[in-house]
Write a protein that binds this ligand. Structure first.
Ligand code: GRF
Length: 202
C-alpha cells in the first residue's frame, strides 16, 4: 500500500493535527503526515508536530496578498511532494486559484453541522440560535468559505447550561474522531470530489 503524502495546515494549538498524526501511526492507515505548515510562528501545534518527528514550516501571511501567500504554500506543498492537504484550525481563507488547484485533495474540519454556522465564533452562533443539536463537519474545500461538499459529520447535543467553551469541548471530541476517518476515506479514494459534489464508493 502506498500511503498518501499528507500535509496539515494549522494556525493554533493543533489538537486536530494531533488526532491525524496519531491515526497515521497505525500501519494500515492510508496516509502519512509528511509536513505541518503554519502561518504563525507561535502556533502551539508546531512544537507538538516537532515532538512527533514531523517536519514543520512557517510561512507568515503578514504583508502578503492572498494569492502570493497561497503561492508560497503551494510551493512548499509541492516541494514536499504532498498529495493531500488537511486544514486543521488554519485561519486563512484561500484564493480561488489555490482552492481550484488542490480541489479534491484539500479538506477541512469545521465545528458545526454545515451549512449552519459558517465562519468564526461558531459555538456562540449555535448558542445564540438556540439549536438543540450541533456537531462538526469534515468537508472538501472550495473557494466559498465553509461551503464545500461534506465528507463526514457527527452530532452532539447542546445542553441547557452550555457555554461556548463547554459546547466546543464536546464537539472537539467528535472532530478528533471524524477527521481521521475523513482523511482515510479521501486517501483510499472512497470519497471523491466530482462536479462539485462528494461522491462515495470504491
Ligand atoms: C477546531 O474546532 C476546528 O474545527 C476549527 O478550529 C479549531 C481548531 O482546533 N476549524 P485545533 O487547533 O485543531 O485544536
Amino acid at each position: 500500500m502506498s500511503r498518501k503524502r499528507t500535509a496539515i495546515l494549522i494556525s493554533g494549538r493543533g489538537s486536530n493535527m494531533e488526532a491525524l498524526i496519531e491515526a497515521a501511526h497505525a500501519p494500515d492507515f492510508p496516509a502519512e503526515i509528511v509536513l505541518v505548515l503554519s502561518n504563525r510562528a507561535d502556533a502551539g501545534g508546531l512544537a507538538k508536530a516537532k515532538a512527533a518527528g514531523i517536519p514543520t514550516q512557517v510561512i507568515p501571511h503578514k504583508g502578503l496578498a492572498r494569492a502570493d501567500f497561497d503561492a508560497q504554500i503551494d510551493e512548499a506543498l509541492r516541494a514536499a511532494r504532498v498529495e493531500i492537504v488537511c486544514e486543521a484550525g488554519f485561519m486563512r481563507i484561500h484564493s480561488a486559484g489555490f482552492a481550484r488547484a488542490w480541489a479534491g485533495r484539500l479538506i477541512n474540519i469545521h465545528p458545526s453541522l454545515l451549512p449552519a454556522f459558517k465562519g468564526v465564533h461558531v459555538h456562540a452562533q449555535a448558542l445564540e440560535a438556540g439549536v438543540k443539536i450541533s456537531g462538526c463537519t469534515a468537508h472538501f474545500i472550495v473557494p466559498e468559505l465553509d461551503s464545500g461538499p461534506i465528507i463526514a459529520q457527527a452530532a452532539v447535543p447542546v445542553l441547557p447550561d452550555d457555554t461556548a467553551e463547554t459546547l466546543a469541548a464536546r464537539i472537539l471530541e467528535q472532530e478528533h474522531r471524524i477527521y481521521p476517518e475523513a482523511l482515510r476515506m479521501v486517501a483510499e479514494g472512497k470519497v471523491k470530489l466530482v462536479d462539485g459534489k462528494a461522491v462515495f464508493g470504491d
